[in-house]
Design a protein around this ligand. Structure first.
Ligand code: SAM
Length: 198
């Protein structure tokens, strides 16, 4: 694996995130949190080239793979962060993001592991800060109890409004363009949540 200096579109917490984003603040910005191998970005980057896609993954190897796949498919409206997602959000200016996608975050199912989950109250505070008013949060998982816990956490905050009723919807799409959808959808129902920051 080449060092990250060889990848001009991949950044970490060592970089100045507000400087990197400064030149993009006049366009819509969408985050794919835990982008994995980049399937979701690959499916959507070319929908609207004016949108800046930001992929974030704690794994450098996956960020590099995403970078290479997106470039091979002639995309240039993206950047990537190879670092912890919450640390990256904490370094971003407020009210700049239009949509945050969180697709199949690691579920950490055992009781002692729950503290490792990405989606916890301090993370909600960071997404609420970086999302614009009217911005969307989309959360997809194959673990129904994780979806229910996200809905429980968000119901504690007055500025989140569910776009779905009931809040957790199962199997509403016939296909969803991520690797983990392909792996998990034959095994169990897929849960979808979408909230709007009001
Ligand atoms: C189960 S995979 C899902 C990948 C992809 N979104 C999909 O649906 O196929 C979870 C991804 O989240 C990344 N991840 C785990 N913890 C993270 C964190 N704290 N910050 C950023 N990415 C994280 C993992 O490296 C992995 O690529």
């Amino acid at each position: 694996m080449l060092p990250l200096e060889n990848y001009p579109r991949i950044f970490t917490t060592k970089d100045s995130i507000s400087d990197i984003l400064k030149e993009h603040l006049n366009r819509p910005i969408v985050i794919d949190m835990g982008c994995g191998h980049g399937d979701y970005m690959l499916a959507h980057c070319s929908d609207d080239r004016n949108i800046l896609w930001i992929g974030i993954d704690i794994s450098r190897k996956r960020a590099i793979k995403t970078n290479d796949r997106l470039l091979r498919a002639q995309n240039d409206n993206f950047i990537l962060f190879a670092d912890d997602g919450q640390d990256i959000l904490a370094m971003m200016p407020e009210n700049i993001i239009d949509t945050i996608h969180i697709n199949f975050p690691d579920p950490w199912l055992r009781d002692k592991q729950w503290k490792n989950r990405l989606f916890r109250p301090s993370f909600v505070a960071d997404i609420a800060r970086v999302l614009k008013k009217g911005g969307d949060l989309s959360f997809v998982t194959d673990i129904r109890v994780y979806a229910d816990s996200v809905a429980d956490i968000l119901s504690l905050y007055p500025h989140w409004k569910s776009k779905f009723d009931p809040i957790v919807q199962e199997n509403i799409f016939e296909n969803f363009p991520t690797l983990f959808y392909r792996k998990m959808s034959p095994l169990r129902p897929i849960s979808y949540i979408k909230y709007n920051k009001i």
